[in-house]
Design a protein around this ligand. Sequence first.
Ligand SMILES: Nc1ncnc2c1ncn2[C@@H]1O[C@H](COP(=O)(O)OP(=O)(O)O)[C@@H](O)[C@H]1O
Ligand SMILES: O=P(O)(O)O[C@H]1O[C@H](CO)[C@@H](O[C@H]2O[C@H](CO)[C@@H](O)[C@H](O)[C@H]2O)[C@H](O)[C@H]1O
Length: 459
Amino acid sequence: MTSRDELVEHLAAALPEWLPTQRWFGGKDREITAVRPVSWTTLLDGDPLLIHLIVEVEQGDRTEPYQLLIGSRQSQVPDVAASASIGLENGLTCYEASGDADLTACLLELIIAGEPVDELRFEREPDVELTAGLRAHPITSEQSNTSLVYGNQYILKLFRKLTPGLNKDLMLHRALRDVDCQHIADPLGSISGELHGEELTIGMLQRFMPDAADGWVMATTSVRDFMADPSGLPPEELGGDFAGEAYRLGKAVATVHADLATALGTELADSAELERTVAAMTERLDRVTAELPALADHGPGLREAFGKVAALQDPVSMQYVHGDLHLGQVLRTINGWLLLDFEGEPAATLAERSALRSPLRDVAGMLRSFDYAAQQLLVGQPEDAERTARAMQWARRNRAAFCDGYAHVAEHDPRDSADLLRALELDKAVYEVSYEHANRPDWLTVPLASIDRIMTEGE
Ligand SMILES: Nc1ncnc2c1ncn2[C@@H]1O[C@H](COP(=O)(O)OP(=O)(O)O)[C@@H](O)[C@H]1O
Ligand SMILES: O=P(O)(O)O[C@H]1O[C@H](CO)[C@@H](O[C@H]2O[C@H](CO)[C@@H](O)[C@H](O)[C@H]2O)[C@H](O)[C@H]1O
């Protein structure tokens, strides 16, 4: 029988080829130079075997930790083991086990029991009662982590790329729960551990909303209906119009910002802070341009747009924000919109994610997302000016409706802060260029086309 150490050794050799095949792997922009297992915990022993594994992925001068659930079986190998196979070790199937319900059931049981396993801590939030004995299936939506749904009641997000230190997603969910925010799914439990002596959040359990619709799916369905309509009627006269939802979503985002301000306070940005914001935007631009020279042509224009932030005259309020808000991070439930995933940008450092920001950063993220929703149908298609114009018509309408809804609650219209909003949108688009390059190279044209359009046409 293969020992656990042999299995771990096998994984270190097999993972450099396997990791880039996974949607959640955020390092597709560079070759993997080594994969080092740094922590492994046996969650189920025998046949089947379940190991929680943390590996450090080295890519030249960049090293990042990722977590994996490794299953291994001698008998009764399920179908999922074939599709998630990471090779064979001494005739034993070795596979990524998040799709194996027999194995993942133990994660919920451990949270309910609240007992540690070696270095891993499984905990319930205070006063939370959970139903035992539920089996899980992974969700299949477009995401950077892996989420398991237990019996349509709970969802456990396993953070793939791990960030040592306080987990912003968990921290902000707890803060919002404490002020009774109506636009989040309540946090119910967590899994945490340690890496090189630092606290590490590995998973977060939340209430699952079984009847909820994903904002990205709703918006892209609306775009598709609009683009496919042969009548050429304006969006408000078509059945699948999204503008009412975009308006309500704007209200929900403004309410969450107000709740975060109540829970954790606000600060006014001084001139040094505004200078730092410009410096951070410019550094990001330089970093991304070094990887993707296609951005270089717009360098001077982008720098000028970022520079305007340092000269802002009106006070800029700063607070905790979502940090990576887009249509895939919002759910429409029967009671309204929920915001998910307060982790911030997956590639950002902990310090960047935890910093106070202008709430307009989230507004800018959502405005970018309306643009994405409109443009994703054009990816890989031959140039067609009419189709592009129609897509932009949809985006403009929904961006405006979102801002109207936001302004209704915030009593401040984001469009009145035009220089800041434009800089934040462009900064987000630069981030997206690097995100797509590392994660979904086929989509790179979307943010590149947006930057082109904003810089040349001003919108
Ligand atoms: N509480 C929930 N109820 C229902 N679906 C959810 C819930 N939380 C997340 N989801 C679904 O999971 C997807 C990914 O969740 P998210 O937290 O954004 O993960 P990631 O960080 O990997 O992007 C969402 O787009 C949504 O479809
Ligand atoms: O959801 P995550 O926190 O993992 O965010 C990352 O992945 C997103 C894609 O899944 C990415 O969002 C970009 O693509 C979206 C469409 O898939 C689009 O709606 C967003 O506007 C666009 O930024 C996000 O940037 C990235 O951090």
